[in-house]
Design a protein around this ligand. Structure first.
Ligand code: PMP
Ligand code: G9A
Length: 403
């Protein structure tokens, strides 16, 4: 029997995540995965987590195993506010934080709270594909703004805003990943960050700032000030996570917003999952308090910047010279454009047969353009396999380009 007639229109607009689908394939370990943005498991602070877990369970087990408030454990939010002040440079009242089950849930909540069918929202081209998939069921009209080496091209955004204004349309929000963007690895220049906030005021829209890579920048000469720290008019909704700097398995993220909006996010989350697991909040509270997370961050940055270097050198040596690739300042990915009539989704089948997986680029575009692009993760594979994977991929691309 077909169940199609029972489905809601929301279900019909859900799309599979290429990243999640590829994870099923690469989990077996026979394929070198340059696909999902997985941390290097060697940087997980397993001993610290183990000690913190024992401490939490022995000292506060009764609370850690209990139901918690929807907004999150109060003491955790207080400690998180201090962590954000130290590491991201802005003040936040713990009451303005909602703890989420990964930042992915925050994106889902944003779709539910803001988007009606047909509402315009602005996204970067390319952007994080699972954000697009979180927004899609709400059926927005996507307005794409390209990114270059300095992040979102705000002058193009301004043009699009003018066009929309002529139609009498105001976008609800601009979704941006300003620092070490996924998938391109670029960082928005300070100038553009300032201009984006001015435009938000001028054209009356909100800015959703996804800062999950804000602490994963590997160069000292890059300004990583979050938009939220520059937000004089309370237009920025800030989303971040401990997935990339502690453990994605913890599923611990947060959303920071003005009080009125926090109430809606809380309302929305009540029916989604009541609250994010208390135990991970208590353990992370302990890990922030003891300084373990910030200590570990140094090691993570040095491992990832070395891996990035290996990937870029291998690309330089083995990819055809006609291929363009980004030179990220941080994050987890290198973005590649083959500049050839090649569909990277088709090429992936051949790559997998040779033992390498990557994410085809079109899913990072709201309109599925960018057919000849691909995203390569450099954080997960061990160094020797990273090099080998790029050599295999380079060989394959050369065959295709020159055939
Ligand atoms: N935003 C961006 C830009 C991401 O890259 C990711 C994970 N790859 C997420 C959000 C979601 O991560 P999590 O739910 O694990 O916090
Ligand atoms: O495993 C996931 O779905 C999270 C990873 C995101 C990414 O690869 O961008």
């Amino acid at each position: 029997m077909s169940y199609a007639r029972f489905l809601s229109s929301i279900t019909r607009f859900m799309r599979r995540s290429e990243i999640r689908e590829l994870l099923k394939l690469t989990e077996k370990g026979e394929i070198i995965s340059l696909a999902g943005g997985l941390p290097d498991p060697k940087v997980f602070p397993i001993d610290d987590v183990s000690k913190a877990s024992v401490k939490v369970l022995s000292e506060e087990g009764e609370k850690a195993l209990q139901y918690a408030p929807t907004k999150g454990v109060g003491r955790y939010r207080e400690e998180l506010a201090k962590f954000i002040r130290r590491t991201r440079g802005f003040e936040v009242d713990p009451e303005n934080i909602v703890v989420t089950t990964g930042s992915q849930q925050a994106l889902d909540m944003i779709a539910r709270v803001f988007i009606d069918p047909g509402d315009s929202i602005v996204v970067e081209e390319p952007t994080y594909l699972a954000a697009l998939n979180a927004f899609r069921p709400a059926r927005p009209r996507f307005v794409g703004v390209p990114v270059d080496d300095e992040g979102m091209k705000v002058e193009v955004l301004e043009e699009k805003l003018k066009e929309l204004k002529r139609e009498g349309v105001k976008p609800k929000f601009v979704y941006t990943i300003p620092i070490a963007q996924n998938p391109s690895g670029v960082t928005m220049s300070l100038e553009r960050r300032k201009r984006l906030l001015e435009l938000a005021e001028e054209y009356d829209f909100l800015v959703v700032e996804d800062d999950v890579y804000g602490l994963l920048v590997y160069r000292d000469d890059v300004d990583t000030t979050p938009l939220k720290a520059m937000d004089k008019h309370d237009r920025v909704i800030y989303v971040s996570s401990f997935s990339k700097i502690l453990s994605p398995g913890f599923r611990l993220g947060h959303i920071i917003a003005p009080s009125e909006l926090v109430n809606y996010f809380e309302l929305c989350k009540q029916s989604m999952d009541l609250h994010t697991p208390a135990i991970t909040q208590y353990i992370t509270l302990e890990l922030i308090r003891s300084g373990a997370i910030e200590r570990n961050l140094m090691g993570i940055r040095s491992v990832y910047s070395e891996k990035l270097k290996i990937m870029l050198e291998a690309i330089e040596e083995t990819f055809p010279k006609t291929v363009w690739y980004s030179r990220p300042v941080g994050g987890m990915f290198v973005w590649v454009k083959l500049n050839a009539n090649i569909d990277t989704a088709e090429l992936l089948k051949k790559a997998i047969k040779r033992g390498v997986a990557y994410v085809p680029g079109k899913a990072f575009y709201h309109d599925y353009s960018g057919v000849d692009t691909m995203r390569l993760n450099f954080t997960y594979p061990p160094k020797d396999k990273l090099r080998k994977a790029i050599e295999i991929l380079g060989g394959l691309i050369k065959e295709e380009v020159f055939s």
